[in-house]
Design a protein around this ligand. Structure first.
Ligand SMILES: Nc1nc2c(ncn2[C@@H]2O[C@H](COP(=O)(O)OP(=O)(O)OP(=O)(O)O)[C@@H](O)[C@H]2O)c(=O)[nH]1
Ligand SMILES: [Zn+2]
Length: 225
């Protein structure tokens, strides 16, 4: 597939929009198996540099294990083929109030330190004709979480994907997550967590709608006004 075909197929999301995860143009030139083989060798070098004995029974499989985990699991969402199908349906039942999918588990990875980000995402939307399968919201969170991330971008990517699928601006997402790079190293503040909120359409312009959303997800901090 040419670069242009790939661009047309997966849209701007991977090529230079401000919602974008920064990717090189040749990001998909190598197959996943090739990436695993390369990362395995490179991670072996890191372990050897640290002075670890790679002949040890328990350590010798680690480079391959880590490489597979990076490519297939924790960074699996870098590949656009993994984007979930965002099945939508006509809003036949004419439910025109807010729908909130809350407490969606977030497992992501901080792109500055490659340490875990663990928390909850809450998504709200108001249909303007289409409704989306509930599980698709959990799936889209998981897809974008499986990348090296900053929480701000993750929150915006989720909202943008929902807006595109539903054909409405009226989508909001709040994420409350702990960054192990803050909790377990560096400043080592085990208690702090990070809240990000991307409020689209009516969630941004109408305080009552915003308050209703924050009420459902149980956020009662000072920005709940
Ligand atoms: N804005 C934002 N910052 C993040 C996120 N995850 C981690 N960081 C921060 O990225 C910053 C990187 O700062 P640097 O000074 O380059 O790295 P560092 O020397 O390891 O910093 P310390 O963590 O303070 O020890 C840190 O302050 C992290 O807390 C995120 O999702 N969003
Ligand atoms: Zn970090």
């Amino acid at each position: 597939m040419s670069d242009q075909d790939l661009h047309d197929e997966i849209g701007d999301e991977h090529f230079g929009s401000h919602h974008d995860t920064p990717m090189r143009d040749d990001a998909f030139d190598m197959s996943n198996d090739e990436k695993i083989a390369k990362i395995e060798g490179e991670f072996r070098n890191i372990m050897e540099t640290l002075g670890l004995d790679l002949t040890d029974d328990s350590l010798k499989g680690t480079p391959k294990r880590v490489a597979k985990m990076f490519v297939n699991e924790i960074f699996g969402g870098l590949h656009p083929d993994r984007k979930p199908k965002m099945s939508t349906f006509e809003n036949k039942y004419k439910y025109n109030q807010m729908l909130v999918e809350k407490d969606i588990t977030v497992y992501s990875t901080c792109e500055h330190h490659f340490l875990p980000i663990v928390g909850k995402a809450h998504i709200g939307y108001i249909s303007n004709g289409k409704v989306i399968g509930l599980s698709k919201m959990n799936r889209i969170v998981d897809y974008f979480a499986k990348r090296p991330q900053v929480q701000e971008r993750l929150t915006m990517q989720i909202v943008k994907a929902m807006q595109d699928a539903l054909g409405t601006e009226d989508v909001a997402c709040v994420i409350d997550a702990k960054h192990l790079c803050v909790n377990s190293r560096g400043i080592r503040d085990i208690d702090s967590s990070t809240v990000t909120a991307e409020l689209g359409g009516i969630f941004k312009t109408d305080p009552t709608t915003r308050r209703e959303f924050l009420h459902y997800i149980g956020v009662h901090t000072k920005f709940n006004v």
